[in-house]
Ligand binder design. Structure first.
Ligand code: ZN
Length: 190
């Protein structure tokens, strides 16, 4: 299967058999009877670095990939959900903690069969009580940097903790610019 063609045979919009057409220089699955074109298979994830009293919120993954590893909380963005709301929802679901996004401090791009992009936010603690999401999270807590050094933590999470101490704030939400679509949000370097 090419990255450009659909992993299914029939149009998900109208059910007609898909055909291969050359569109923007690549053979792409398209529908002969409606406007559907398979542009690819993308997923968008978010993670959040949340410090509270000089300790960072980490969760122990309850299943693979990375079962048993300690990471920042996060998950996948729903279709139509603003990324800044997705990270609030994911942290609350996984940990019981309320937080709000301050800025974007990292982005991991994984252009594989399912092109997966993961955006890392710096968060502000608002409140709540630690409560692990059953199944997803097997353990959780706030940890000092010294305590973190004794846990199995993937390099992506370690780099996010580093970035959260950077001089630059990273990409900050800018509501002053009116974009053409009301659904758009702009994050800008600060
Ligand atoms: Zn169709």
């Amino acid at each position: 299967m090419s990255h450009y063609t659909a992993p299914y045979l029939f149009c998900p919009a109208c059910g007609k058999p898909l055909q291969n057409s050359i569109i923007d220089n690549h053979p792409r699955s398209s529908c002969p009877s409606c406007p559907y074109i398979h542009w690819g298979n993308f997923s968008l994830g978010v993670g959040g670095v949340l410090w509270h009293n000089d300790k960072v919120l980490l969760v122990q993954r309850g299943h693979n990939p990375g079962k048993g590893m300690w990471t920042i909380p996060g998950g996948y963005v729903d279709q139509g959900e603003p990324i800044g709301e997705a990270i609030i929802r994911e942290i609350l679901e996984e940990t019981g903690i309320k937080a709000k996004p301050l800025s974007i401090i990292g982005l991991r791009d994984l252009p594989s069969e399912r092109h997966d992009t993961y955006i890392i936010f710096l968060m502000e603690f608002l409140g709540g009580t630690l409560q692990a999401q059953p199944g997803e999270v097997s353990d959780l807590g706030f940890f000092s940097l010294k305590e973190c050094s004794t846990l199995p933590i993937p390099s992506l999470t370690l780099s996010a903790l580093d970035a959260s101490h950077a001089v630059s704030q990273g990409l900050v939400f800018n509501s002053d610019v009116k974009l053409s679509s009301k659904l758009s949000t702009l994050y800008q370097i600060r």
